[in-house]
Design a protein around this ligand. Structure first.
Ligand SMILES: [Zn+2]
Length: 298
């Protein structure tokens, strides 16, 4: 009996020693520090970087990126990173402003919409490319390429990680294509203009109540026109967002006797989303469910 116990102890010691040997090389290679301006970019970076990167999201959960101004401590976190990813096209202007200096200081700075053809609304570039699962793939590729540039010895791992996530985005795109194929209507009413790329991808028409940014409150005249259009088009659902006050959507819905539903532009998670482990793909799947309800799809 005593002999058996000693053997067991030797066995566990051997297991611990083997585990230490496996862990040590990983510790010697510290993860690459990456900062990303807001949720989808940070999420894409985590997927492409896996355990090789330590990704910080500069704009915290619950905060809308259009409204954000970085504090000095945020700026310090960005300067301390090896790679900084931002969206560009005007949604994180503060990032575009500090990008040239970051580059000078040796931080690899990545505009995740560079090379993507941007749509414009009233002459203003539309930044919301990540809401389209196909353009989201482009952003993942741009992020993956920046990791390979910053850390070439791990190129294969970044390619493998990114490919696994790109596959999920391809599946998501397929679900949107199938789910929105045959619907009674293709018109959606949203509070801010975050869904132009999504609408263009899946052949939907959007009626936007505020502007490109949720803080652009519509004038009473514009709101009146929107109500008229929505009523004339027989709109039965008005979409609102989790990070923005539903006031405008509620007003219009009440005026025309419509219901409201969430269409999430994924500009950030709510703290509740973060706790529940919701992410880009699961939230986009919820968006698809609500779109299918609002558009009476088969
Ligand atoms: Zn927006």
């Amino acid at each position: 009996m005593k002999y058996k116990n000693t053997l067991a102890i030797y066995k566990s010691l051997l297991i611990v020693a083997a585990a230490t040997l496996l862990i040590l090389p990983a510790r010697a290679n510290a993860a690459m520090r990456v900062a990303a301006s807001f949720y989808p970019l940070a999420h894409f970076a985590k997927q492409a970087g896996g355990s090789l990167t330590n990704v910080e999201t500069i704009i915290p959960a619950g905060i809308e990126p259009h409204e954000f101004d970085p504090a000095p401590k945020d700026i310090r976190r960005i300067y301390a990173s090896k790679v900084f990813i931002f969206n560009g096209a005007g949604i994180d202007l503060w990032a575009e402003k500090i990008a040239p200096d970051l580059e000078k200081k040796g931080v690899l700075t990545v505009n995740a919409t560079s090379g993507i053809t941007l749509l414009t609304t009233h002459g203003q570039a539309d930044p919301h490319v990540w809401v389209d699962p196909v353009l989201a793939q482009k952003e993942v590729e741009i992020i993956r390429n920046s990791f390979i540039k910053a850390d070439p010895k791990n190129e294969q791992a970044y390619r493998t990680n990114a490919e696994a996530y790109l596959d999920k985005l391809r599946v998501l795109d397929g679900k949107f294509r199938d789910g929105l194929k045959s619907c009674a209507t293709r018109k959606i009413v949203t509070s801010h203009g975050a869904f132009t790329y999504l609408a263009a991808r899946y052949n939907l028409e959007t009626l936007v109540l505020s502007g490109l940014s949720p803080s652009e409150e519509p004038s009473p005249r514009r709101l009146g026109e929107a109500v008229k259009t929505a009523r004339a088009q027989g709109i039965r659902y008005i979409f609102f967002e989790s990070l923005v006050s539903p006031k405008i959507a509620d007003t219009v819905a009440r005026e025309i006797g419509a219901a409201t539903l969430v269409l999430n532009p994924l500009e950030g998670l709510t703290p509740a989303d973060a706790v529940a482990g919701r992410d880009y793909v699961s939230i986009m799947e919820d968006n698809l469910k609500n779109l299918r309800i609002a558009l009476s799809c088969q």
